[in-house]
Design a protein around this ligand. Structure first.
Ligand SMILES: CC(C)(COP(=O)(O)OP(=O)(O)OC[C@H]1O[C@@H](n2cnc3c(N)ncnc32)[C@H](O)[C@@H]1OP(=O)(O)O)[C@@H](O)C(=O)NCCC(=O)NCCS
Length: 236
């Protein structure tokens, strides 16, 4: 995985941890983070709550949603950490072809053989089939070739870590000459929408989706957002 630039940690009140004198730092992801990042992805994969509600197999979930970024598809991936505890992450890929190749490698070399025999895998199939049937709308991949995911554990939210992770990630993307970045979220993710609005992401694709209706109780509103990037912040 290509690593991003570590951001110097700023003083920050951190009431949920044992010592307020240990402000969280933002650092590049390491291969050894794959397990904990997979766990956080699973714990936050249902609109900020546990993905267990719709996806029984945690290992398969982590392989599919996190594995490609650790398997050659990631760029400038970062974690927020305090006292050695990973609190959240931003995962991104600069190019859909690079990401697609990494996903195929994960599927072919590791995931299927290791997780298919498990009973939870079959229990996760309804979601996978629905995800194939109801794909999310996306901004144009040519204009916005990079994509990202950002997730924090509940206790680490609302403390400015999302802003710090996103700022550092976008700076790395722009510095590498990537022209645009996109992401997919829903109107259920209110904090996320506000975060992206503050960074000037623009809604470019939208649509109601029944993808999560069996678990959410109502259709969700998908929103595809895009942001043009420039090496110089004043050109954005
Ligand atoms: C979305 C998420 C990454 C934001 O990170 P965060 O550290 O909680 O956000 P920050 O503290 O940096 O706040 C950024 C802005 O979001 C807004 N915000 C934060 N928490 C909010 C909340 N609970 N409701 C509404 N807006 C909120 C604020 O406007 C804030 O800016 P401000 O402090 O200048 O007003 C984090 O809340 C999270 O992981 N949520 C669950 C998973 C998720 O939705 N991921 C995104 C999927 S697309």
């Amino acid at each position: 995985m290509v690593q991003g630039t570590p951001e110097a940690s700023a003083p920050l009140l951190w009431p949920t941890l044992r010592r307020v004198s240990d402000p969280p730092l933002i650092r590049p992801i390491q291969p050894s983070d794959e397990g904990v990042v997979g766990q956080i992805a699973y714990q936050t994969g249902f609109f900020g709550h546990s993905a267990a509600r719709y996806f029984a197999n945690e290992r398969l979930f982590a392989r599919l949603w996190v594995g490609p970024y650790f398997g050659g598809g990631g760029f400038a991936c970062l974690v927020a950490e305090s006292r050695g505890e990973v609190l959240g992450y931003i995962l991104g890929s600069p190019d859909p072809a690079l990401y697609g190749r990494a996903l195929r490698r994960v599927l072919l070399r590791r995931t299927l053989a290791q997780v298919l025999p498990l009973r939870q895998t079959w229990a996760s199939l309804p979601y996978l089939l629905r995800a194939g049937r109801y794909p999310s709308p996306h901004p144009d991949w040519k204009q916005f070739p990079a994509h990202l995911h950002i997730n924090l554990l509940p206790a680490a939210r609302g403390l400015g870590l999302g802003k710090r992770l996103l700022a550092a990630h976008l700076e790395a993307l722009a510095g590498a000459g990537v022209g645009g970045v996109q992401l997919s979220t829903t109107t259920e993710n209110r904090a996320a929408l506000e975060l992206y609005r503050q960074f000037d992401f623009v809604p470019l694709a939208r649509g109601s989706t029944p993808l999560w209706t069996p678990w959410l109780g109502h259709p969700a509103e998908h929103v595809g957002l895009g942001l043009r990037l420039s090496r110089r912040p004043e050109d954005r």
